[in-house]
Write a protein that binds this ligand. Structure first.
Ligand code: KG4
Ligand code: ZN
Length: 339
C-alpha cells in the first residue's frame, strides 16, 4: 500500500501543509503567505507571523487534506518543521502536528527546515541523487552548504557569518525603495543592468576567510548602501543591482568550487528562496554542466517554504524509525531538537 505523509511548515511567515506520497508525488499543497502583512515593515515581524499562523494553520491543513483525497486514517505520519526558525512560528506548527498525531493515533516526525529544503527538488517524483551529494540552501534565513550522505543525513560544511543571502537582498531592496520581498525585485531590475559600472568589492577573495567555505554578505551590503546614500535619486539602479547580484553569485560559485574539490560528490542541489534567482540558477547550471553532474533545482513554486518538502524529508526518517515524542520542542538555531 502506498504511504502518505502530511507535512506541516510554519517556521517563518508561510503557513503551509501538503500531502506527499512515498514516491514524492505531491497530492496537494496549500500555502498561505503573509508577505503582504510583513511588506509594511520591510521584513518579517515574528509576533505578527506567529499570530497569523494560529489563524491559518488548521484551515490550511484542512484544505490540503481534503484536496489530496487521503483520509487521515490512511496517513503513515504527521511531519512538522521544528527547527531552525522563529520560535513563536515553529510552536504553532508543532502544536498543531502534535494535536493531530494524538487525535489520529499517527506517528509524529520532526523535520529540520534545511533538510526539508534539500528535498524540494525531488518533489514530483524525480529520481534522487546517490549520496554523497553537495547541497546549498540559500534563503531569507539561511546560506548553508551541506554534504548529504546515506539516509539523507546532512552535515553542515559552512554557513553565513552574518546575513543570509536573501536577507541581504531584502535589506538592500528596502534601502533602494524596491518592493518587498527584495529578491525578485532586484533579480528583475539587475537583468537590465551593467554589473561592471560600479566598483564593488569582491566578497572574501582575500583576508583571513579567503580559504574557508564560510559566507559573508555584509561587505557588499555596506558598499551598495553607501552608494545608494551618496548618489540618491541619480543612482544607476539597474547597474548597481546587477553589480550587487554578480558579487553574491560570484561568492557562491567560489564556495561551491572549493567544496566540490574536497569530495567526490555525485550531484549538486541548490534550494531555498534564492534558488529562484535567475543568476543563481544560471551559475548552478554552468557549474554542473562543466563537471557533467546532475543539477537538482526545485521548481519555482517549491523554492519558497512549503509543507511538501517537509513531508518528503520525513520519509527517510519514517523508514529508519526516527520518530518524535510528544514532548518535541522547537529551536531557533541549526542545533537539532528531535526527541
Ligand atoms: O525560502 P524562503 O521562502 O524563506 C526562508 O526560509 O527564508 O526564502 C525567501 C527569500 C527572501 O529573502 C527573498 O527575497 C528571496 O528568498 N528570494 C529571492 C528571489 N526570490 C525570492 N532572492 C533573489 N532572487 C530571487 N529571484
Ligand atoms: Zn526556508
Amino acid at each position: 500500500m502506498t504511504r502518505y505523509i502530511l507535512g506541516i511548515e510554519s517556521s517563518c511567515d508561510d503557513t503551509s501543509a501538503a500531502v506527499v506520497d512515498e514516491h514524492f508525488r505531491v497530492l496537494a499543497v496549500r500555502t498561505v503567505s503573509q508577505t503582504n502583512l510583513h511588506a509594511l515593515f520591510g521584513g518579517v515581524i515574528p509576533e505578527i507571523a506567529a499570530r497569523n499562523h494560529i489563524a491559518w494553520i488548521f484551515p490550511t491543513i484542512d484544505k490540503a487534506l481534503s484536496e489530496s483525497g487521503v483520509a487521515p486514517t490512511d496517513l503513515s505520519a504527521v511531519a512538522v518543521t521544528n527547527y531552525p526558525g522563529l520560535l513563536g512560528s515553529l510552536l504553532v506548527g508543532v502544536g498543531a502536528a502534535k494535536g493531530l498525531a494524538i487525535g489520529w493515533g499517527k506517528p509524529l516526525i520532526a523535520v529540520n527546515h534545511l533538510e526539508a529544503h534539500i528535498h524540494s527538488p525531488f518533489l514530483g517524483g524525480r529520481e534522487r541523487p546517490k549520496p554523497p551529494y553537495l547541497a546549498l540552501v540559500v534563503s531569507g534565513g539561511h546560506t548553508t552548504l551541506m554534504a548529504v550522505g546515506e539516509g539523507s543525513a546532512a552535515s553542515v560544511l559552512a554557513e553565513t557569518m552574518d546575513d543570509a543571502a536573501g536577507e541581504a537582498y531584502d535589506k538592500i531592496a528596502k534601502i533602494a525603495k524596491l518592493s518587498y520581498p527584495g529578491g525578485p525585485a532586484i533579480d528583475k531590475i539587475a537583468q537590465t543592468g551593467d554589473p561592471s559600472r560600479y566598483d564593488l568589492p569582491h566578497l572574501m577573495r582575500s583576508g583571513r576567510y579567503k580559504d574557508t567555505l564560510a559566507f559573508s554578505f555584509s561587505g557588499i551590503k555596506s558598499a551598495v548602501k553607501r552608494i545608494l546614500e551618496e548618489e540618491g535619486d541619480t543612482v544607476a539602479l539597474a547597474d548597481l543591482m546587477a553589480g550587487f547580484q554578480s558579487r553574491i553569485v560570484e561568492l557562491i560559485e567560489r564556495r561551491l568550487t572549493a567544496a566540490w574539490e574536497q569530495k567526490a560528490y555525485t550531484a549538486l542541489v541548490v534550494a531555498g528562496g534564492v534558488a529562484a534567482n535567475s543568476a543563481v540558477r544560471k551559475m548552478a547550471q554552468e557549474f554542473t554542466g562543466k563537471r557533467r553532474v546532475p543539477l537538482y533545482l526545485p521548481e519555482l513554486t517549491y523554492c519558497q517554504d512549503n509543507g511538501a518538502m517537509v513531508a518528503a524529508a520525513a520519509f527517510p526518517k519514517l523508514d529508519r524509525g526516527d520518530l518524535a515524542s510528544l514532548d518535541l520542542d522547537v529551536t531557533a538555531t541549526s542545533r537539532p531538537q528531535t526527541k
